[in-house]
Design a binder for this molecule. Structure first.
Ligand code: GUN
Ligand code: FE
Length: 406
């Protein structure tokens, strides 16, 4: 067995509530996927009238469902080496707070978002906040719960979460921007993931120059904002994102699965925009950031192909690992505390083991076979391309052992 330590993984964009749907998306694309798969599942964590319960024999217990899913999901992400995650929960305060409690108890570093959505034209009747007042009051309740759990905010904090521009009333967007400022909190949302979504934003916000301007206009484009996807940003929008020092979560698994498009990560890095990786479960089908790093490499090669085969666009192994670790640390505002091994940094670490093949061709099944003659650089390449949770031996967050492979 070959042993090494790797730094923390940060999953800068993951929907905890959607985990049961990982791998379930058929041929859908973003907007129909939300209606067909996502809203029914998310609503089932707090609404007994959720379409998911239409054939229920027993009276549904939404919170029991949330508990089952969130316990499993946190174990699963820890087993994959995710030491820090920025989570979307659902609109329900109780189930969102339960996610916070479970992440905190299991010791994962987590930012917990109660999902804000209250625009009747875009949100189903069975799954939305009724008014701006309700959205803000429920968000405040979850902020308080998270603060009471971890007053320092170092291990656990609330993150303001307007689902995306189309799902919120304009007044709600404004008030959420003000709330994030007053409470000095991170913000997470989606931007420019899918072309139909971009068109929807143009139709719903005709006075705004672009999707990025919608967020900027409502005070949501801050240095603590994590924008997921950013597949179809214009050059001007990239400049605005850079100017505001907002961050990007690149979600290649999801962008490929939902056919959203090819995110030009190299262009964003060239502009000096901070980029990290997100699994975007369950737009993404896999809760592993190693898998996201792999897909970041693959997608970048397709971007290169579309740019006259220019290999400048290709992300290398070291670069994509950097995006999942140091890039992620910057995206969640933890630069200098996470993402490296320098003195004074937090001990958020995964121990990786690779299998050693013996003279008879036998070896332990840790997903990666090392024959003995590979350089360290090549071993890391083999890990990136073939590793999975079997290569994760132990995981620590803030010095606490939070996962040990059985
Ligand atoms: N846009 C709005 N909601 C969602 C979501 O749940 N997942 C993804 N990938 N995009 C979204
Ligand atoms: Fe998402």
């Amino acid at each position: 067995m070959l042993d090494g330590v790797a730094d923390n993984w940060t999953d800068s964009h993951i929907h905890a509530s959607q985990y049961p749907n990982a791998g379930i998306f058929g041929k859908s694309t973003l907007l129909d996927w939300l209606q067909q798969y996502t809203f029914p599942l998310e609503s089932s964590y707090g609404n007994v009238k959720s379409p998911m319960y239409k054939d229920a024999v027993e009276p549904p217990d939404p919170l029991a469902r949330a508990k089952k899913v969130y316990n499993r999901l946190i174990d699963r992400t820890l087993a994959n080496g995710t030491t820090t995650a920025s989570y979307y929960a659902t609109i329900h305060v109780e189930a969102t707070n339960l996610l916070a409690q479970i992440a905190f108890d299991k010791g994962q570093r987590a930012y917990i978002g109660r999902v804000c959505m209250d625009r009747p034209e875009t949100c189903p009747d069975y799954y939305r906040d009724e008014t701006t007042e309700e959205t803000i009051a429920n968000t405040k309740a979850s902020i308080k719960f998270c603060r009471d759990l971890d007053p320092s905010g170092e291990l656990l904090a609330h993150i303001i979460t307007p689902r995306f521009a189309p799902s919120c009333l304009p007044e709600t967007l404004t008030q959420l921007g003000a709330l994030a400022k007053d409470e000095d909190l991170r913000i997470q949302t989606h931007i420019s993931e899918n072309l139909n979504e971009v068109k929807l934003v143009r139709d719903l916000f005709p006075d705004q120059e672009s999707y990025a301007h919608v967020y900027d206009h409502h005070g949501l484009l801050t240095s603590k904002t994590i924008l997921a996807h950013a597949v179809h940003l214009s050059k001007e929008e990239m400049r605005l994102v850079k100017q505001r020092n907002s961050k990007i979560s690149h979600c290649p698994d999801s962008n490929s699965a939902l056919g959203s498009g090819l995110c030009p990560v190299r262009e964003m890095l060239d502009q000096g925009i901070e980029v990290g990786l997100g699994t975007d479960v369950s737009g993404g089908y896999n809760p592993s950031i190693l898998d996201a790093a792999r897909n970041a490499c693959i997608v970048s090669r397709h971007v290169g192909f579309l740019n006259n085969g220019d290999s400048r666009y290709n992300l290398g192994v070291a670069e994509s690992l950097w995006l999942g670790t140091m890039g992620g640390a910057k995206v969640v505002g933890m630069e200098g505390r996470l993402g490296g091994f320098e003195e004074g940094m937090l001990w958020d670490v995964q121990e990786i083991t690779l299998g050693e093949v013996d003279e008879d061709g036998q070896g332990e099944d840790t997903a990666v076979d090392i024959f003995g003659w590979e350089s360290w650089e090549d071993r890391i390449g083999k890990w990136l391309w073939n590793g999975d949770s079997r290569t994760v031996a132990r995981v620590w967050v803030g010095g606490r052992l939070v996962h040990e492979r059985r």
